[in-house]
Design a binder for this molecule. Sequence first.
Ligand code: AMP
Ligand code: MG
Length: 425
Amino acid sequence: MVSQPCLFNILRVANVKVTTEGCGIIDFVGPLTFPEARETVIRKVREARHLPPVEGVELASAAARVLAEDVAADRDSPALARSVRDGFAVRASDLPGELAIIGEVRAGRRFSGEVGHGQAVEIMTGAPIPAGADAVVMVEHVTRHDGRIRFDGTVQPRQFINPRACEASAGETVLHSGKRLDYADIAMLAAFGCPRVKVFRVPEVAILATGDEIVEVQETPAEFQVRNSNAYSLAAQVARAGGVPRLLPVARDNLAHTRALLEEGFRADLLLLSGGVSAGKYDVVEEALAALDAEFYFNRVLIQPGQPLVFGRAREKFFFGLPGNPSSTMVTFEIFARAALEILGGQEEVELHTPFARLTRDFRHRAGLTRFLPARLSADGQSVTPVNWHGSGDIPSLTRANAYLVAEPDRAEYPCGEWIRVLHK
Ligand code: AMP
Ligand code: MG
């Protein structure tokens, strides 16, 4: 197979839809906007996805895993009408007035009698409502004297009562396959008697850093070299997004070495490359991928950081060629590769939350690109301040950020106090 390195560079500028023959297919070449690129990633991965194998896990280790079965409630929740306050179970129509206390009911017990006209039963939070009662008054709101209570207000029927099955009915599906389990889901699975659950196997993600200037973390780099930080930031991001990272050796900027490591990388469920996707003479990643008959869905996105960004498929596996500058690698993982990984892991919902916050100072950028710039979001999430940074290679600035400002491509000026979107880091 003949590889055609220059063709890729020509196509990148030419902005045309082209199918090349014999060296991998580029079926969309124009630069995509951020929403177009994200939509492409989600659509392509969803279309091609085979759900991962299913395994059973103990509930105690199921948090953050993706559920691989629908789960139904095994009983009504609550199974009986329950009090949500400490107080007295009463008949609402008896109040205001004075009532005789005829007994008590606590959580874990049932009251055998019935609350009649002019009567009350002392009740604790979580205890079943006795027959005859239709409301609860709080213990703090009554005066108690000589086996009687007095309450001078009016009471609405059902006050402080959780009716039977108001949360869920027996047999109702309460969790759907494809949900990543959070701690509330774990609580519900426990409440409905699921000591083990079926989850999808965690996808393996190969991480392949490229570059002649890259040395390993434990090495002492010469001044013209940098340590391989991308493989580690990506591994951390992959783990956080529910994947198992597998770090490959650094690929040198030549076709043979890159190609050999690509073969290795395509054994995983997803391949992430860093570096080697710009238009430089030694950026060989696309060429090496094309030589494996890769399909390319895009190779440029109108964002910063991260413009040269390659997404495609080869050997039935998806790959991302992420730009090598550390913040480009981190941002493009979060906004694109993360969604792909989550879908491959069986997760159904892959929303990217970008709420608004108010700028604490004027902000301007050059319109045309969606920008993701390091920022500090206040504790209340209301205001956001850009972090001083020195471009896409500035890792120390990124460590001071807890969010990214998301500046829209059609808007250059944002005055202090204006709303702007943010993405949590
Ligand atoms: P590239 O996208 O290959 O042109 O790389 C752009 C810049 O990103 C390089 O000059 C390096 O300084 C930096 N870089 C590339 N790969 C890595 C890596 N694995 N770890 C840290 N920095 C990197
Ligand atoms: Mg490079």
